[in-house]
Design a protein around this ligand. Sequence first.
Ligand code: ADP
Ligand code: MG
Length: 238
Amino acid sequence: MGRITLDKVTKSFGEVEVIPPLDLTIEDGEFCVFVGPSGCGKSTLLRLIAGLEDITSGQIRIDGNDATNVPPAKRGLAMVFQSYALYPHMSVRKNIAFPLRMAKMDQAEIDRRVENAASVLNLSDYIDRRPGQLSGGQRQRVAIGRAIVREPAAFLFDEPLSNLDAALRVGMRMEISELHKKLDTTMIYVTHDQVEAMTMADKIVVLRAGHIEQVGSPLELYRNPRNTFVAAFIGSPK
Ligand code: ADP
Ligand code: MG
């Protein structure tokens, strides 16, 4: 499960319409990347899907159900925050378990989910350490672990690697792609980095000033960019 549909979704902040009417479907299990220059509305669109911002008009459906007025915690989606959002005084285990403890889940079920997430993320050997004793990549994986334990219908990432140095970014890119294969779940990934978009995506959504310039696979956009904006962004000649 994890099909997300946006139907004529708009968003205005005061008088300013930052998302004009926008239609988009993200298929179940798809790795969908929102790409575009700074300020084009990538984060806003992700936050609308997450429910962290209310849409101004239109409809959002998740697995066929109207989610437009459903609060964020009930949408079955998990936003992955950057690694600095970890609690420094808590172990890896407690950091990963945190959202489940907040939800007052049964302890045996918490243990099962945390151990499973740690195993999927190759964090089992570090589970009793604190964030300060981990590398940047390991901390990023703990942040992802917190999303995994909620067993969401989709993961939402907003530039999760922008804080990391170039070498680590390459590694984490592969880790997230690998995770997508393992979990077989919908992922929406926001980036302004063309290389991330081209190497990770099943489907790329190219945004410009809040509207969609083009949607397609990396190869489709590369071979057949609709205009010079897309071509310039994807880095192919037109
Ligand atoms: P991106 O993530 O692509 O850099 P954003 O979604 O953050 O872009 O921003 C899109 C536009 O919406 C920008 O013009 C930004 O200034 C505006 N914007 C975003 N959030 C708010 C807000 N809370 N209030 C007013 N304007 C906002
Ligand atoms: Mg942003």
